[in-house]
Design a binder for this molecule. Structure first.
Ligand SMILES: Nc1nc2c(c(=O)[nH]1)N[C@H]1C(S)=C(S)[C@@H](COP(=O)(O)OP(=O)(O)OC[C@H]3O[C@@H](n4cnc5c(=O)[nH]c(N)nc54)[C@H](O)[C@@H]3O)O[C@H]1N2
Ligand SMILES: Nc1nc2c(c(=O)[nH]1)N[C@H]1C(S)=C(S)[C@@H](COP(=O)(O)OP(=O)(O)OC[C@H]3O[C@@H](n4cnc5c(=O)[nH]c(N)nc54)[C@H](O)[C@@H]3O)O[C@H]1N2
Ligand code: SF4
Ligand SMILES: [Mo]
Length: 684
């Protein structure tokens, strides 16, 4: 038995250091690494099972070629050489007839580190194909909102919570998606009596443990933040010195916007009581170091950018941005200034046609000049995770589309592929990792050889680059030598890492020695007034106004969709682990008891969830975990697991106000009893 120090590659802000116990060439157990200062010895409930993920009997072990209709999942094994030769021949033919823009590389997910994630994009960049505007399904809205307000720079260090006296989890279910920060905050509560506030439409696990829980109405966070600012000003809790030195445009907001957000009107918009709003403002305004941990949940709707931006402005009014243990944290990644271009953009044209990640269906069906003729999907499952899944499926079913999917599992998307390639997991490949929710970086070594004939993303990108005649150096380097390229030309704390320590697998701390939150906006200040937004035709100042499309939908349908992470599943990446599937349960939705009663539904019923886009079938849980008028559907589960369909069949591909992100929660719908027994039997 040997122990290998590895790094968790699952899309999670914590980036745990882990120990993989290996026996007879197999990972037998994965557990937390006690020697990491932040992730300190425990992994979450999902990754504790990663031995089951890497050894899953559902793993793909050879390349496959389609032998049945698209979507049917009928394949026959082929050799790697045959698969790679066919891909290269098809791509060359398409480039000759339609040009490189007819090819799209679709790679995003962070279940790998920087190399396995970046080099696939590097391949398509060098080939000059159409490019994916990546991450719009996830965080481009919140990132764009943060960037116009604070600038492209990381937020507070989660480890600074040892100096905080208040933590506000604003639209973040920390006990689910940020468990090490949650553990640290809880420890501080026990040791020093700090307070924890949770603002979330779902009574999450974090909410149940909070000192104050505010069940805010979805999409009204901007109003709540403005209501709190109104009270801070009224009660002389605004830090006038800080505002004068470090912010831009607050005077105009104070004059033109804040008067509209009286406690009474804020209560009316947010669905919260005036007493709770006053309490929040008083706790926040009187705290010495309040740390706001922001989640992405509030941005997954039409005015999501405005919501996040407004909340991000709040610590500028109280001056908490200037205090250790204060401020706000959305992401930290922007402060790790590695030379990413070495891997992601080795060569190729400076600009190319962009395809929005969340509009895959639309673009497969309707893009012209040239249409997309070849698609390469790596580490993504758009047939489940993209909005407008019906369109995605229809696009993937196109007979004239040549699709390759590289994944460890036969996903819903892979079922539509012409060629499926078996992927190695993070435990089977070397990579460099940097956290996006903490200031740490670490090299993760492969613990075992890949299952069957599985190959890593780096390996496959390099093999395809060679066949396509690309000569960039990065396509010939070992993962370690390629990783060294990332450090060339970088200047921040990451560049100071001792390579000997780094490549030996030691966690490297990459926190900046900041005296208060820096702002990298055009003015160098926290921008209450944003000229950048004005130029885009967006409101330059924070505000809350209803969205007309959402109002129209709300007039047609009685329930609004709330989307939140699954506790034992993350999107579809753990669906190959039987234990976790069972632990999460059959795909379900949650309805408030009042709404269930109105519809004659009870806990445990099979229900149909429907709107203009279609209908899906889920199990029903009845609980006051949500307010009346809301239907919560945790996670996105593969189509075969639910009674019928998957939630994104009901969501539109409309964009958010900033960052062209996904608006899953701008979805209205209804729930009723599941219809015919024959249909249920057919679905099962
Ligand atoms: N309705 C709704 N939809 C959503 C969201 C929501 O909140 N509501 N959330 C959105 C968000 S935040 C995100 S990030 C997206 C996620 O969307 P996706 O990235 O499409 O989702 P995953 O299911 O995580 O798919 C990751 C795939 O990568 C594979 N994989 C894992 N490791 C490797 C590897 O090393 N190499 C390769 N080649 N493959 C690998 C996994 O098996 C899995 O099939 O979903 C979005 N969709
Ligand atoms: N267990 C688990 N962990 C995960 C994932 C997972 O699927 N499962 N996904 C990973 C990925 S890809 C990502 S991007 C991150 C995302 O993690 P987070 O940034 O934490 O964001 P979300 O998961 O979208 O939502 C967080 C919370 O926002 C709440 N919320 C929704 N709408 C609103 C609103 O209008 N206002 C407020 N105040 N709150 C709202 C939801 O109820 C939810 O509890 O998590 C990662 N970690
Ligand atoms: S908490 Fe996050 S980083 Fe840690 S093991 Fe779980 S998924 Fe991985
Ligand atoms: Mo995400």
């Amino acid at each position: 038995m040997k122990s290998v120090r590895v790094v968790c590659a699952h899309d999670c802000p914590d980036m745990c250091s882990l120990i993989a116990h290996v026996d007879g060439g197999k990972v037998v157990r994965v557990q937390g690494d006690a020697d990491h200062p932040y992730t300190a010895g425990f992994a979450c409930g999902k990754v504790n099972r990663d031995a089951d993920l890497v050894n899953s009997p559902e793993r793909l072990t050879t390349p496959l070629k389609r032998i049945g209709p698209k979507g049917s999942g009928q394949f026959a094994p082929i050799t790697w050489d045959a698969a790679l030769d066919e891909i290269a021949a098809k791509w060359k033919a398409i480039i000759k007839s339609d040009g490189p823009l007819a090819i799209l590389g679709y790679a995003y997910s962070a279940h790998q580190g920087l190399m396995n994630r970046g080099l696939v994009n590097g391949l398509f960049h060098a080939l000059g194909t159409s490019r994916l505007q990546a991450g719009t399904v996830c965080d481009t809205c919140c990132e764009a909102a943060w960037d116009v307000t604070v600038g492209p720079v990381g937020g507070a260090d989660p480890e600074s919570v040892v100096h905080s006296d208040l933590v506000v989890a604003w639209g973040a279910d920390l006990a689910a998606t940020n468990v090490h920060f949650w553990a640290l905050a809880e420890e501080q509560r026990k040791k020093r009596g700090i307070k924890i506030v949770v603002i979330d439409p779902r009574r999450t696990r974090s909410a149940k443990a909070a000192d104050l829980y505010l069940p805010i109405r979805i999409g009204t966070d901007a109003a709540l933040a403005l209501g709190v600012m109104h009270i801070l000003v009224r009660d002389k809790l605004a830090d006038r010195d800080y505002i004068a030195k470090h912010t831009l445009g607050f005077d105009q907001v104070e004059r033109e916007v804040l008067p509209k957000f009286t406690p009474a009107r804020t209560a009316e918009i947010t669905g919260l009581s005036v007493a709770d709003i006053e309490k929040l403002a008083s706790m926040y305004g009187n705290a010495k170091a309040a740390l706001v941990r922001l989640g992405e949940g509030m941005t997954r709707l039409t005015h999501g950018g405005q919501a996040l931006r407004t909340v991000v402005l709040l610590p500028g009014v109280s001056g908490h941005y200037g205090v250790k243990g204060g401020g706000s944290l959305l992401l930290t990644a922007a402060s790790c200034d590695l030379n990413y271009a070495a891997v992601r953009k080795p060569s190729g044209p400076a600009t190319a046609r962009m395809v929005n990640h969340l509009r895959l269906g639309e673009e497969l069906l309707n893009m012209k000049g040239p249409p997309i003729r070849a698609l390469y999907v790596s580490a993504n499952n758009p047939a489940v995770t993209c909005p407008e899944v019906h369109k995605v499926q229809k696009g993937l079913a196109r007979e004239d589309l040549f699709t390759v999917v590289h994944d460890p599992f036969m996903t819903d998307t892979a079922k539509y592929a012409d060629i499926v390639l078996p992927a190695a997991s993070y435990l089977e490949t070397d990579d460099l990792y940097r956290a996006y929710g903490a200031y740490w970086m670490q090299w993760g070594r492969k613990a075992v050889e890949p299952a069957g004939e599985a190959r890593s993303n780096v390996d496959v990108a390099q093999a395809l680059a060679k066949r396509m005649g690309l000569t960039d150096k990065i396509f010939a380097l070992s993962p370690e030598d390629a990783a060294r390229e990332l450090f060339k030309g970088s200047t921040g704390p990451a560049s100071k890492a001792d390579p000997a320590k780094l490549f030996a697998g030691e966690p490297i701390h990459i926190a900046h020695d900041w005296d208060g939150q820096p702002f990298k906006t055009p003015s160098g200040k926290l921008e209450f007034y944003s000229e950048q937004l004005a130029k885009q035709g967006l409101p330059p100042m924070p505000d809350w106004v209803p969205d007309p499309v959402e109002t129209a939908e709300a007039g047609k349908w009685p329930l609004r969709l709330l989307t939140a992470p699954g506790y034992f599943q993350a999107h579809t990446a753990f669906s190959g682990v039987g234990f976790l599937r069972t632990r999460e349960g059959k795909p379900f939705c949650i309805l408030h008891p009042e709404d269930a009663k109105k519809r004659g539904l009870k806990d445990g019923d099979q229900v149909r969830v429907f709107n203009d886009r279609g209908e899906i079938g889920l199990m029903l849980k009845v609980a006051d975990e949500v307010q009346p008028g809301i239907l919560l559907v945790p996670g996105q589960r593969p189509t075969g697991e639910a009674l019928s369909g998957t939630i994104n069949m009901l969501c539109s591909d409309r964009y958010t106000d900033m960052g062209e992100g996904a608006t899953y929660q701008s979805t209205w719908l209804d729930v009723g009893a599941w219809k015919a027994a024959s249909q249920v039997a057919a679905a099962e």
